[in-house]
Design a protein around this ligand. Structure first.
Ligand SMILES: [Zn+2]
Ligand SMILES: [Zn+2]
Length: 250
């Protein structure tokens, strides 16, 4: 069996899923690390597309931090007119989208399909509460750290994981842009080096960097990789959109 999880639902997520060969109806669950708009802005599209393209009612499980229910309630309100149009139009569509929201807290454990998921606290203050997910399957354990700076609870969540996916920025490059709102992001995101240090402390196998700020300029890939490699001896993957990584337990 295959268990498909979507972790966060930012801009264009349906197009990226499609390009990866995944139709939203196939998702076992959506896991949301935090409620910043760049992580939830297209959750509404996941809900609608799964609903309208599933031949039978196909409830969507959404796991997220406290505050998730309020966000999904708001999405459902926003979709109200559309839902009614479609119910009126399609004779074979008789139920509104079924969405089950579970608000999770650190140390919670839940099961999706064939994997077990443990929740850990992350530090992305003043945004909060925020969480990371440790996904344990038969072949590997992978942690999705979401946004945030290094912290003890993230180290603990990552301990001994085979893979660790972390959103990162380059503080040296961000500091070159003299805009206060850009400088503000420095204090609540891991740098490439910090992500690598977390990976080393936790003894993970593969570090996957993603959600780069700024975007990696063509030709600078080796530079980004080298910054991480100075602090982490394991495999380093630059996780551009649609990157596929196979991670297995050694
Ligand atoms: Zn964020
Ligand atoms: Zn973000």
């Amino acid at each position: 069996g295959e268990t498909l999880l979507l972790v966060d639902a930012g801009r264009g997520v349906i197009q990226r899923l499609a390009a990866a060969g995944v139709f939203p109806g196939m998702l076992g669950a959506v896991l949301i690390t935090h409620l910043h708009s760049d992580h939830i802005t297209d959750l509404n599209d996941v809900i609608t597309t799964r609903w309208i393209m599933s031949p039978q009612p196909n409830p969507l499980m959404i796991y997220g931090p406290v505050g998730m229910k309020k966000v999904v309630d708001g999405i459902m309100m926003m979709l109200g007119s559309d839902i009614q149009y479609r119910l009126d139009h399609h004779d074979d569509l008789n139920d509104a989208p079924a969405v089950v929201v579970v608000e999770v807290s650190p140390a919670d454990v839940f099961t999706v399909g064939e994997v077990s998921v443990r929740v850990g606290a992350t530090d992305h203050r003043p945004c909060g509460p925020t969480v990371g997910f440790r996904v344990e399957g038969a072949d590997a354990t992978v942690v999705l750290g979401g946004d945030g700076i290094p912290c003890d609870t993230l180290d603990e969540l990552c301990a001994g994981a085979d893979g660790y996916v972390q959103t990162v920025l380059r503080d040296d490059l961000v500091k070159l842009v003299p805009l206060p709102r850009f400088q503000d992001i420095l204090d609540y995101h891991s740098t490439v080096e910090q992500a690598a240090q977390t990976a080393t402390r936790a003894g993970v196998g593969t570090l996957v960097l993603t959600h780069y700020v700024p975007g990696i300029a063509p030709g600078q890939e080796d530079e980004w990789r080298a910054l991480a490699a100075a602090h982490f001896a394991g495999e380093i993957v630059l996780g551009d959109d649609l990157t596929s990584v196979t991670i297995t337990r050694p």
